[in-house]
Design a protein around this ligand. Structure first.
Ligand code: GLN
Ligand code: ZN
Length: 760
């Protein structure tokens, strides 16, 4: 039996990677120092994994930005606009693809399966298909480096061609197979060179197998893998899947690859069923993901050992590797720096390094018994035992409230039309009302104020006075601009989840639990360790203050239960929907408090609701049912006169219109300025009966859109939507924008709304 890893976090123990990247971008260090720093981080990670005792250490998983971008660059997928002249891809081109430059907008970025990691989307085009070539064999280069510098023979990691194709864009269905066939010779060349180098194993990632592939897709997949391994018969290929079970197991195990990697954490039941029903072929190695690579909890080594024993019924130990369920990219690096958490919680955490230690323990235990490692096991069980009993995690009130919920009415008292009439009577809004999504620019001053509070240079009241002044300044600005429904601006919030997590019971915060979100951007998700409880109002003070300054309506602003859940690390002793229910109940209390304080429009943001969709078709329905229900748990408490808004950033309306309707928000705002045409065609076919704000300008760009272009966008929407239901707003929150461009854009937006009103 061997221990193996699939990928290691890039960011470094203290985010050295992020710092090096940003210093390089800012011109603080030159290319040579930058590349040297990156090399030392890369080698350090390999060394560390080897020292922990991992047998198969991945190489080639490290990147200067993103692993999909690396693969694209390796094959010369460099769109024309980046002025690439051939040869090795210069850093300037590589980073321009990721971040854009003066001449060319960046490539699109999107979510990596159902994680919060974002990759750069490779772009196909007709010209592209004739430009394909290998710019550099990256896995080979990384393999050599580790061998030469450290004497470690790593396991090169490569994204497989089928997943690469499926995640790229710029082709239609008919071109798919043709483009795929162009890609294969490049893969074959990479593999041949690795074989020639004497590489023993390569890990080829095909996480697309965790989604629901059709029969036809699977046939295509099979034809790829019947061919690929033959290019390098002496190179062993581990065909790696993760994030879910596989659907086409029988087809998979017939492929001429040397190993199959399956996820026994996120695809536990189904993958085990495959094993027991169809067995595992004698000519292959099974790489079994037995340790959760996406959460931060210590593994129950007793349960994990039992799982391994089960797997051993189907595969002998000589042909078994134990590994994390997926690349450890999705968890923080080490718990070493966590010093301020309650002891029991601290003892329960396992980040990347600690997970690898667990793996080594498990593997050794099966090789030579408990022996010298009994102490490690005892410690593990003791931590779990203390955690189970830990009283801070259990809250009787929360459980009682959850029980009462079964009797509660989770629908609004009246139908939308009845509510709308009552709401309009009070608000007297003009047709095509204008509003924003919540946040206004978080300027350097706002960030400095927060720093001062944190460092103790400012007292709490001093900080609050600053926030109030900022709210007042922006209420005045909004009134001058002439917006109809105002917001307080969210200046008090660092992050839309962290802000609430800090004020609710049951959440904890690490000091150094960073994970990469995209590029150099890292996030530190809060940890839901216990029952989530409403302690005291969280947003009432700011909203009430803002409302006191104006005759116009000020919209209250909350983050929804599913988004809070999906952007946190979640306890694993309760089903996710139960945790979401606790959060929803807490927010229900908040919404009640807002309403009682005179706030008559309340927005509950759910940008992560659709993001959290399961990968498998058969699991989507159940998820959507509870996710939508949780939104209603939070919001259904208000009276007819109170208007509930929601915001979802990008939202696939064409697939999920009925679901979104069931959320029963009075108004929904979504990001559409870049996909306006698409949206219009959805509403031309289907009717959505409630208030809707299709974003009329892109907030990701500093450009100030003109009155005419926004007016045109509104008018086009009105060809398919009823003017009574249409709201005018930007695509998303404005916190990353500068003040000047924000004011200018909003002025134009209000002018556009007025122009169209006059024409109606
Ligand atoms: N209300 C939030 C804001 O304006 C919404 C952010 C989001 O959708 N991600 O910043
Ligand atoms: Zn948004």
């Amino acid at each position: 039996m061997k221990s193996s890893n699939l990928g290691y976090p890039r960011i470094g123990e203290k985010r050295e990677w992020k710092k090096a990247l940003e210093s390089f971008w800012n011109g603080e260090i030159d290319e040579k120092i930058f590349l040297d720093t990156m090399q030392s981080i890369r080698l350090n990670h390999i060394k560390k994994q080897r020292e922990i005792g991992i047998d198969l250490v991945p190489v080639g998983d490290f990147t200067l930005y993103d692993h999909m971008l690396d693969t694209a660059a390796m094959f010369g997928f460099i769109p024309e606009r980046f002025d690439y002249q051939g040869g090795e891809v210069p850093l300037s081109v590589y980073f321009a693809m990721a971040r854009g430059n003066e001449k060319a907008p960046a490539c699109e970025m999107t979510k990596w399966f159902n994680t919060n990691y974002h990759y750069i989307v490779p772009e196909w085009s007709k010209e592209q298909s004739s430009r394909l070539h290998i710019t550099e064999n990256k896995p080979l280069k990384d393999f050599r480096e580790a061998k030469e510098k450290l004497g470690v023979e790593g396991k090169p990691v490569l994204i497989g061609p089928y997943t690469f194709m499926k995640l790229s864009k710029g082709y239609d269905e008919k071109q798919f197979s043709y483009f795929l066939s162009l890609l294969l010779p490049l893969y074959e060349q990479i593999l041949k060179e690795l074989e020639r180098e004497g590489v023993k194993w390569i890990q080829i990632d095909e996480p697309i197998l965790a989604t629901s592939l059709t029969k036809k897709e699977m046939e295509e997949f099979v034809s790829v893998y019947e061919r690929l391994p033959q290019a390098a018969p002496n190179l062993k290929m581990m065909l790696q899947t993760y994030f879910e079970a596989v659907d086409w197991y029988e087809e998979l195990i017939k492929l001429p690859v040397s190993g199959i990697g399956l996820d026994f954490v996120y695809g536990l039941e189904k993958n085990l069923r495959h094993l027991s029903k169809s067995g595992f072929p004698e000519d292959k190695v099974l790489a079994a993901g037995v340790i959760d690579g996406r959460n931060i909890w210590r593994t129950d080594l007793s349960a994990a050992s039992r799982l391994v024993e089960k797997i051993l019924h189907s595969v002998p130990s000589e042909r078994l590797w134990l590994q994390p369920s997926n690349s450890l990219l999705h968890v923080p690096v080490t718990t070493t720096y966590e010093k301020t958490l309650p002891l029991n919680l601290q003892q329960m955490l396992a980040f990347a390094d600690e997970k690898l230690e667990e793996l080594v323990y498990l593997t050794e235990r099966f090789i030579d018994g408990e022996g010298k490692r009994a102490h490690y096991y005892a410690q593990n069980q003791q931590a779990l035992h203390l955690w189970k009993k830990d009283a801070s995690r259990y809250n009787a009130n929360v459980h009682k409230e959850c029980e009462n919920l079964t009797k509660a009415q989770l629908e609004r008292a009246s139908s939308y039309l009845v509510r709308q009439k009552k709401q309009q009577e009070i608000s007297q809004l003009p047709i095509l009302p204008t509003t924003t999504i919540g946040s206004f620019p978080q300027t350097a001053e706002v960030r400095k104020a927060r720093q001062k509070l944190k460092k103790g240079e400012w007292s709490q009241p001093q900080y609050e006075r600053f926030i109030e002044a900022e709210i007042k300044r922006w209420i005045d600005i909004q009134e001058k601009i002439g917006l109809d429904v105002l917001v307080h601006g969210e200046f008090e919030r660092t992050d839309m989840v962290e802000f609430f997590a800090e004020k609710l019971g049951g959440f904890a915060f690490t000091e150094n639990g960073w994970v990469q979100s995209y590029g150099s951007r890292c996030v530190r998700p809060p940890i839901i360790y216990g029952d989530v409880e409403f302690l005291q109002p969280m947003t009432v003070k700011e909203s009430v203050y803002a409302q006191s300054l104006t005759e116009k309506i000020v919209k209250g602003m909350l983050t929804g239960p599913v988004t809070i859940l999906n952007w946190s690390f979640v306890r694993d002793d309760l089903p996710r929907h139960k945790v979401a229910e606790q959060i929803a109940l807490a927010l229900r209390n908040e919404i009640k408090a807002l309403e009682e304080s005179g706030i008559s429009v309340i927005q509950v943001d759910e940008p992560a609701l659709l993001e959290g969709l399961p990968l498998k078709e058969e699991k989507k329905q159940e998820y959507l049912e509870w996710a939508v229900r949780m939104f209603r748990v939070a919001t259904s408490i208000v009276k007819d006169e109170t208007q509930i808004h929601t915001h979802m950033c990008y939202c696939d309306f064409s697939s999920y219109l009925p679901v979104i309707n069931q959320m029963d928000a009075d108004v929904i705002s979504i990001e559409t300025s870049r996909s306006h045409g698409e949206m219009i065609s959805v509403f031309a076919k289907e009717t959505y009966p409630k208030g809707i704000g299709l974003g009329v300008y892109d907030i990701h760009s500093p450009r100030v859109p003109s009155v005419a272009e926004m007016a045109e966008m509104i008018e086009r929407s009105l060809q398919v939507l009823n003017p009574e239901q249409f709201w005018v707003n930007p695509d998303c929150g404005l916190k990353t924008r500068k003040e000047q461009e924000t004011v200018a854009s909003l002025k134009n937006m209000v002018a556009a709304a007025k122009l169209v009103r006059a024409r109606l």
